[in-house]
Design a protein around this ligand. Structure first.
Ligand code: SAH
Length: 236
């Protein structure tokens, strides 16, 4: 065998092997994701087809730090660094479903975290704007969303308490951090007929996941949906 070939062949075989292993791993994550949708999400009563499809499509494991990746599809929230967490899959699906989203909607998310919830929203609606107060998380989420091709998501590093007045009104707003009171600026940025979902309550106690609807007359209605536990909405 010629010298260059002797060098090249083992390298090529190693490359082939890693590609095979990676394909194998992706295939088993796809299976786990399908099972997650059936057992954790449909089983608990989520029926919206577009939500189920998005949950089955978005590779949750790629939004989770590498050392935790094996747990991606378990029925639990997981740490994502900087003391923050990615929500349990069912909570992501439930919060998305209650917003009764339509294809043309423009959505604001407060608390980008890993970027996973934004990716789910982006498969359902026209435009997603998401704000994250921790710069390192905002940067990481922006990179992964870009790399995976979620082109209709814009990540903003900043305090979501004030929302994005320049982009308002929004058809739907999702707050993925707990707050004792609904930030008034965010209520103002909810358009007529708009829906907002938010965990209301003190941090480190059970909060009440609340759905707020602005009727076309401008009137606001509130409905408490379920007890939840979220990290707090903080201020700069
Ligand atoms: N939706 C995320 C999980 C959210 S965890 C996901 O899919 O992974 C809550 C996030 O809210 C944390 O990353 C936290 O840093 C962020 N956060 C807390 N207060 C905030 C604020 N005032 N504005 C924007 N983000 C905030």
């Amino acid at each position: 065998m010629k010298a260059p070939l002797r060098l090249f062949l083992p390298l090529f075989l190693v490359f082939l092997l890693t590609q095979c292993l990676r394909a194998n791993e992706e295939e088993s994550f796809t299976k786990e994701r399908k099972r997650m949708v059936e057992e954790q999400i449909e089983e608990r009563g989520v029926v919206d087809k577009q939500v189920l499809r998005a949950m089955e499509t978005v590779p949750r494991h790629l939004f989770i730090p590498e050392n935790m990746r094996a747990y991606s599809y378990l029925d639990t929230p997981l740490p994502i660094g900087s003391g923050q967490t990615i929500s349990q899959p069912y909570i992501v699906a439930f919060m998305t479903e209650v917003l009764t989203l339509k294809k043309g909607d423009k959505v604001l998310e407060i608390g980008t975290g890993s970027g996973y919830q934004a990716a789910i929203l982006s498969l359902i609606v026209r435009e997603v704007h998401t704000m994250e107060i921790k710069r390192d998380l905002a940067k990481r989420a922006r990179e992964i969303l870009q790399r995976l091709g979620y082109v209709n998501v814009t990540v903003y590093a900043g305090d979501g308490y004030l929302g994005l007045p320049g982009e308002a009104p929004f058809d739907a707003i999702m707050i993925t951090a707990a707050t004792p009171e609904i930030p008034p600026a965010l209520l103002d940025q909810l358009g007529p007929g708009g829906r907002m979902v938010v965990p209301v309550g003190q941090p480190s106690r059970t909060q009440s996941l609340t759905l707020i609807t602005r009727k076309s007359t401008g009137e606001i209605s509130k409905e408490e949906l379920a007890p939840v536990l979220f990290v707090p909405l903080t201020r700069d």
